[in-house]
Design a protein around this ligand. Structure first.
Ligand code: SAM
Length: 227
């Protein structure tokens, strides 16, 4: 999307603020032959790019069936080995210690219980495996969103992970506001396309725009599960 500038990863059908620089940061955590899990993978673009770049096997997990159908078509188009399965942060359908790397892009804010979410992320990682994620810290509770937290590091550490990086991402607030404004401007077309009442979509987009006032940081976290 033009409003997000040169850092927008065109061609990946992303539905997030992930940038090209961040995708490279994710890929740097992954080695050839690794099993990479992308939780809240949506239409699959970020995980597919990272897996394709690093030569990893991807397992994408999301709540939304239609997004996963899209992800399977994208995997074929990009020629990346991948499997996609329905599941959530709260109970991903994945065995213990099966992932070399878990990634999640702009989706963890939707899990209703961040502590339980980190416990699950840590459970599926093998010892020595890494978690790489982007999400937001909040100073307050946004409307119509699950409970948010002011800092994700203590929860990651409580789940037994060692936080290696917690960096504020570039230009995040402006990008969030520009994106929310763009969606609001195009709410009528989007509602028609989705077959939903414009008033419902507008209210949701207003909540999204207002929630940016409570965000204090969009972070890129890298954490390791000790051996
Ligand atoms: C903003 S989109 C990001 C999608 C993708 N990561 C990307 O970068 O394009 C958030 C995704 O989180 C998924 N999601 C919401 N709640 C979830 C949950 N509790 N467990 C797993 N995924 C969830 C949504 O279905 C959606 O695909």
């Amino acid at each position: 999307m033009e409003a997000l500038g040169d850092e927008y990863p065109a061609g990946l059908d992303t539905y997030s603020f992930v940038s090209r620089t961040e995708l490279r940061e994710f890929a740097a955590q992954v080695a050839a032959g690794d099993t990479l899990i992308d939780l809240g993978c949506g239409r699959g673009g970020p995980g597919l790019w990272v897996a394709g770049t690093a030569g990893a096997k991807l397992v994408g997990v999301d709540l939304a069936q239609p997004a996963l159908a899209h992800a399977r078509r994208l995997a074929d188009r990009l020629g990346v080995q991948a499997a996609f399965t329905v599941g959530s942060f709260e109970s991903p359908p994945l065995r213990d210690a099966t992932a070399d790397v878990v990634m999640t892009v702009d989706a963890f804010l939707f899990t209703p219980d961040k502590r339980a979410g980190f416990t699950e992320l840590a459970r599926v990682l093998r010892p020595g495996g890494r978690l790489a994620m982007t999400s937001w810290d909040y100073d307050g509770q946004p409307r119509n969103r699950p409970p948010q937290v002011p800092d994700h590091r203590p929860l990651a550490e409580e789940a037994g992970l060692t936080v290696l990086r917690y960096d504020e991402t570039d230009d995040w607030l402006r990008r969030c506001q520009v994106f929310a404004d763009f969606l609001l401007e195009h709410a009528d077309e989007a509602a028609a396309e989705a077959g939903m009442p414009t008033s419902v979509l507008r209210a949701a987009l207003r909540d999204m725009r207002d929630s940016t006032d409570l965000m204090t940081r969009r972070f890129l976290l890298v954490a390791e599960k000790p051996r």
